[in-house]
Design a protein. Structure first.
Length: 374
C-alpha cells in the first residue's frame, strides 16, 4: 500500500441489509478516518411479509442493489472508482448466500481496479462502530484501552476485552439463544411480526415493565455466560396461559408484555457487563451490534459507566445496525496497526472473532488473517 493511500470502499451484505460506504484517511498519519458516505438498502419490508429473514430471498435481493449502492456511496463521497485504494468486505459471520454476494462483488472490483480486498469480521466491525469519529475527536483518544465491549448482534451476544487495536479476547458469550433472538422470538409469540427488536422496543414505551416477572437467566451465575432460551419459553407459556384464561391478549397486555420482556433482557445484559467491569477494570466500556439501537439498553449502559466512573461509548443509531461504514473503519485500523496477513479468502458464515492466543502472557497481539492480493 502506498503512502498516498487514503480511500476505502466498504461493502456489507451479511444478512438482509445491502450497504456500501466510503472511508477516507491515512493510516500512516496521526489523524482519524472520516466516513464520507454510508449507504444502506434495507429489505425489512420484504421480509416482514414472511415474519423473518428467508436466506435465499435475502441473497436474491442483494444482487440488483449492491452496485447501485456502490455508485451512490461514491457519488456522495465525491469519489470515482479510480480513486479507491482498498476494498473492505464482510467475510462473516452471517448468511452464506448473502455473504457471497458481497464477497464476489468485492473480489470482482478488486480485480478490475488491481487493488487489495480485505475481508472483515462482522463482529469486529460492530466494535469499530464506536470509532465513527467520537473517540478520535475526544481528549481521551489515547486512553481508551483496555476496553470492555458488549456486542449484541442478531445471533451473537458477547463480552470482549480489547487491549488494543486488533487485540481481542472473548470473556463471555451466549450458550444458546442470544439477546437479539430473544427479542425476535418474543415478538413473534406476541404477534408483532418482523423485525422483532424494534417493534418490542416501540411497544414497550407504553407498557409497564413490572407487570410480568420474567426470569433473568444466569443473572446470578458466577460467570459471564448468557442464556436467553428460558426467557423465550417463559414468554410463550405466559401468552398461552392468557389465551386459556378469560383474559384477552389485548393491546394493553401486549404493551406490558413487551415492556417486561425488554426489561428482563436489558437487566441481564447490564448485570453481566457490570460483572465484567468488576473483574477486568476497563478504562472504557463500549456497546455494539444491532440491539445497541435499543433505547433502554443505551440509557442503562451509559448509567453503568457513570456508576463505575469510567467512560461509556455507544454508537450513533445509524452505525448501530448493519452498515458498511463500520466495515471500512475495521479495515482502516487493521492497516494502521499492521494487523493484516495477505491471503485468499471465501465467505464464512461461521467466522469467529479471532482471539489473541498469548493474551494471558501479555505478549504481542495477533496478526488478523485478511487481505487478498489482486
Amino acid at each position: 500500500m502506498s503512502k498516498k493511500f487514503k480511500t476505502i470502499l466498504a461493502l456489507e451484505s451479511s444478512c438482509d441489509e445491502t450497504a456500501a460506504a466510503v472511508i477516507e484517511g491515512n493510516p500512516r498519519s496521526e489523524g482519524y478516518p472520516r466516513i464520507r458516505s454510508n449507504i444502506v438498502a434495507s429489505q425489512t419490508t420484504i421480509h416482514s411479509r414472511h415474519g423473518g429473514v428467508i436466506p435465499e430471498v435475502a441473497a436474491r435481493n442483494h444482487v440488483p442493489v449492491i452496485i447501485p449502492c456502490v455508485k451512490l456511496a461514491l457519488k456522495q463521497a465525491g469519489k470515482e472508482l479510480k480513486n479507491v485504494d482498498l476494498i473492505a468486505v464482510t467475510q462473516g459471520p452471517g448468511l452464506i448466500t448473502s455473504l457471497m454476494v458481497g464477497v464476489q462483488t468485492a473480489k470482482t472490483l478488486g480485480i478490475a481496479l488491481d487493488i487489495p480486498v480485505v475481508p472483515i469480521n462482522h463482529l469486529e466491525a460492530h466494535i469499530y462502530s464506536n470509532f465513527a469519529g467520537k473517540i478520535q475527536k475526544s481528549k481521551f483518544k489515547n486512553q481508551i484501552f483496555p476496553a470492555l465491549i458488549l456486542i449484541v448482534s442478531g445471533g451473537h451476544t458477547l463480552l470482549v476485552i480489547m487491549k488494543g487495536h486488533g487485540n481481542f479476547k472473548i470473556v463471555g458469550e451466549t450458550l444458546d439463544d442470544a439477546a437479539g433472538e430473544a427479542f425476535d422470538k418474543s415478538a413473534k409469540i406476541l404477534g408483532l411480526g418482523y423485525p422483532g427488536g424494534p417493534r418490542i422496543s416501540a411497544l414497550a414505551k407504553k407498557g409497564n415493565p413490572k407487570t410480568f416477572d420474567f426470569p433473568r437467566p444466569m443473572i446470578k451465575s458466577n460467570n459471564l455466560s448468557f442464556s436467553f432460551s428460558g426467557l423465550k419459553t417463559a414468554v410463550l407459556y405466559t401468552v398461552q396461559n392468557i389465551a386459556r384464561s378469560s383474559k384477552k391478549l389485548d393491546n394493553k397486555t401486549r404493551k406490558n408484555l413487551a415492556a417486561s420482556v425488554q426489561q428482563a433482557i436489558v437487566d441481564v445484559l447490564i448485570s453481566k457487563t457490570e460483572q465484567a467491569i468488576k473483574k477486568f477494570h476497563p478504562r472504557t466500556i463500549m456497546l455494539g451490534g444491532g440491539v445497541s439501537a435499543n433505547e433502554l439498553l443505551r440509557k442503562n449502559f451509559k448509567l453503568l459507566g457513570e456508576k463505575h466512573r469510567i467512560r461509556s461509548v455507544v454508537p450513533d443509531p445509524e452505525f448501530a445496525t448493519d452498515n458498511a461504514g463500520m466495515i471500512g473503519l475495521a479495515a482502516y485500523y487493521r492497516y494502521k496497526n499492521k494487523k493484516i496477513k495477505v491471503k485468499n479468502f471465501e465467505a464464512d458464515p461461521n467466522l469467529k472473532l479471532v482471539q489473541e492466543t498469548s493474551w494471558h502472557r501479555g505478549e504481542k497481539a495477533f496478526a488478523s488473517p485478511t487481505a487478498m492480493p489482486m
